[in-house]
Design a binder for this molecule. Structure first.
Ligand code: FMN
Length: 599
């Protein structure tokens, strides 16, 4: 009888209710003391948590003394200030508005500790995973948190501490670690959603993103159809909202300025409104540049004077903050994230590096496909997931970046494949090459196109979509994933997924140069409406880039003769896109400001 041990409906609902309504509370504490019997109940609940080998590694230090709490609050304040100082622009403003601890606003603080040595060396299950002791103490925290909610007590977890520094303040023996510092007190109310979600700092990920069937990557909730992430993504991409675009265009005409005087920025504001489905659109900030890095088999053909190791060396430079992209990101207040989708060298884990390596570099496309179809799909999916995660982390504007020695060669081949352009027209000098190398590069692209001609053929198809699609019916290869696999780098495929991810989430994505342009062609071939999310940051001097932008129907926002990549040109355009959105939102209209219109 499967139902035999089930709780009655009302009790079951209470369990799910307390799970749903538990909140991390930082606001609205009242000074009323917490009675000792209530504290004993929540501590007893904590003490009933599961633990590895039943080792019960926790202790609970109950702090009520004001002077001690003041000392602890000073420690937290220092780390809060350090964290704030490290945040880029818009993030720093948003963080200023957040309260991260209530040490002095709550009558009771409870420290939960862990003793990894408790029970001796034969503690069942801890011998291979010593960290399971810590996990056990965290489960005690979870029990305490839930019981406190049922008692109507708010709990806030503070982790802005140097663990050893806090341990010394609390007089912890050296073998005990601090797991959690919790602030408890009665409250004026419990919010229905996490405060970080209502403040726009981060979003809740849907449960379907977190559930996999049998093995990682096969997503789907039990009893529901398995999810094909790429197909789902493409299906989620819809045309821009015409009503919001019309409202934005009308508002531009009523703003206190001559009609059309903001030029291209007016179009940007209208497109942002169409993408968001709202007029005015939300401000595209905070922004994050994702630099997708990978190596290319075609490097072996001598298409660049730079050794392949430079890809990994530049990745290290991005992570150390020493590249141009870091300087520009700091200037415009954007966060920098580096994604290893296929760097040949293995990279050490460092904060800011997302390890998503599909393989250590592609194969040489003059000898066979650069990647398998499975690899291309995996890279597309990885890029889309990064877009999704960066948006869930609170970003409202994504910026494309790339790093990969020899990737202008792969870009030229992709641009030829997607636009039908001549290799001599689409191939550029990349980082700067002499005439002999340039001739070889064009020849390499020609040989690649000849070898993979089968994937280029396909019915001529006019990309559907409204007028922003170029009037010239472009030939779109029938198998865009096949084209990516034939010529692309892992960064091209991941960038195409990143663009599709942004489009599906209706978040603007500012494109950088020729590598992003080639990737955007692939994204548009997979989902023509994806271009509605794309803003061309700049026009690179690489000739293929202009061809790509023209096929995509995108107007570059700056044209400064750049040819660096990394995301640099797109970052320069970020304040332009943000200014366009802000103008539509903040500028008065003739009627609201009482300004007379032109006769
Ligand atoms: C391990 C851990 C550490 C946390 N540290 C902090 C913190 O230092 N400051 C803070 O304001 N919130 C902290 N939180 C609370 C989270 O921000 C909060 O749980 C999250 O936003 C989800 O909201 P909810 O708990 O209301 O569902 C922490 C939560 C956990 C689980």
């Amino acid at each position: 009888m499967p139902d035999e041990h089930r709780y009655p409906d009302e009790q079951r609902e209470a369990v799910y209710r307390v799970i749903a309504e538990r909140r991390d509370v930082r606001q609205g504490f009242v000074p009323d003391p917490v009675p000792a019997d209530v504290l004993r109940r929540v501590l007893a609940a904590a003490h009933q948590a599961p633990s590895v080998g039943f080792s019960q590694p926790w202790d609970f230090i109950v702090i009520t003394d004001r002077a001690r709490r003041e000392q602890v609050a000073a420690l937290a304040r220092r780390h809060r200030d350090e964290f704030a100082a490290a945040l880029p622009g818009a993030r720093a403003h948003a963080f200023d508005r957040l309260k991260i601890e209530s040490i002095l606003d709550t009558p009771v603080n409870i420290v939960v500790t862990c003793d990894r040595t408790r029970g001796g060396r034969h503690t069942l299950g801890r011998h291979v995973q010593p960290q399971t002791a810590d996990f056990s103490s965290v489960l005690a925290v979870a029990n305490l948190w839930l019981a406190a909610r049922a008692e109507g007590l708010g709990v806030g977890w503070v982790s802005f501490f140097d663990e050893r520094e806090l341990a010394a303040h609390l007089g912890l023996p050296a073998h005990l670690e601090v797991i959690a510092y919790l602030c408890l007190g009665y409250v004026t109310g419990f919010a229905s959603e996490p405060e970080l979600a209502t403040a726009g700092w981060a979003r809740r990920r849907p449960v379907s993103w977190a559930v996999h069937a049998e093995e990682f990557g096969r997503r789907g909730l039990p009893g529901e159809e398995p999810v094909d992430p790429l197909a789902d993504l493409i299906a989620a991409i819809a045309p821009p909202d015409q009503a919001a675009m019309t409202a934005a265009a009308e508002r531009q005409d009523r703003m206190t300025k001559p009609r059309g005087s903001l030029g291209v920025l007016e179009e940007v504001s209208v497109r942002l409104a169409g993408l968001a489905g709202a007029c005015p659109a939300p401000l595209p900030e905070p922004a994050c540049v994702a630099i997708f890095a990978a190596d290319h088999g075609v490097h072996a053909q001598g298409v660049t004077p730079w050794p392949q190791e430079v890809t990994a060396q530049m990745v290290a430079n991005f992570l150390a903050g020493g590249a141009v992209v870091n300087a520009f990101a700091a200037q415009v207040g954007a966060e920098v994230t580096v994604v290893d989708v296929g760097v040949a060298a293995s990279l050490d884990p460092v904060p800011g590096l997302l390890p998503r390596k599909i393989a250590p570099g592609t194969a040489d496309f003059t000898e066979g496909p650069a990647m398998t179809r499975e690899q291309a799909t995996a890279a597309l999916t990885a890029g889309a997931e990064i877009a999704r995660d960066l948006v869930a982390a609170g970003n409202r504007c994504l910026v494309t970046g790339d790093m990969g020695i020899a990737n202008t060669t792969a870009s030229a081949a992709l641009i030829c494949a997607f636009t039908g352009a001549d290799p001599a027209e689409a191939t550029g000098r990349g980082t700067g090459i002499d005439a002999t190398t340039y001739a070889r590069k064009v020849d390499v692209v020609c040989r690649g196109l000849a070898l993979h001609h089968a994937v280029l053929s396909g019915p001529a198809r006019v990309p559907p979509g409204p007028a922003r699609v170029p009037a010239d019916p472009a030939r779109v290869p029938a198998d865009p994933v096949g084209v990516l696999a034939a010529f692309g780098g892992f960064e091209h495929a991941a960038l195409a997924g990143f663009i599709l991810g942004a489009a599906a989430l209706r978040v603007p994505v500012i494109l950088d140069g020729v590598i992003s342009g080639a990737a955007a062609l692939a994204a548009a071939a997979l989902a023509p409406d994806a271009t509605a999310a794309c803003f061309a940051g700049h026009r690179s001097v690489e000739p293929g880039h202009a061809l790509a932008l023209s096929q995509l129907g995108l107007t570059p926002l700056v044209d400064l003769g750049l040819r660096l990549g990394e995301g640099t040109g797109a970052l320069l355009a970020l304040p332009l896109v943000q200014s366009a959105a802000r103008a539509l939102r903040d500028v008065a209209t003739f009627d609201s400001a009482g300004v007379a219109e032109k006769l």
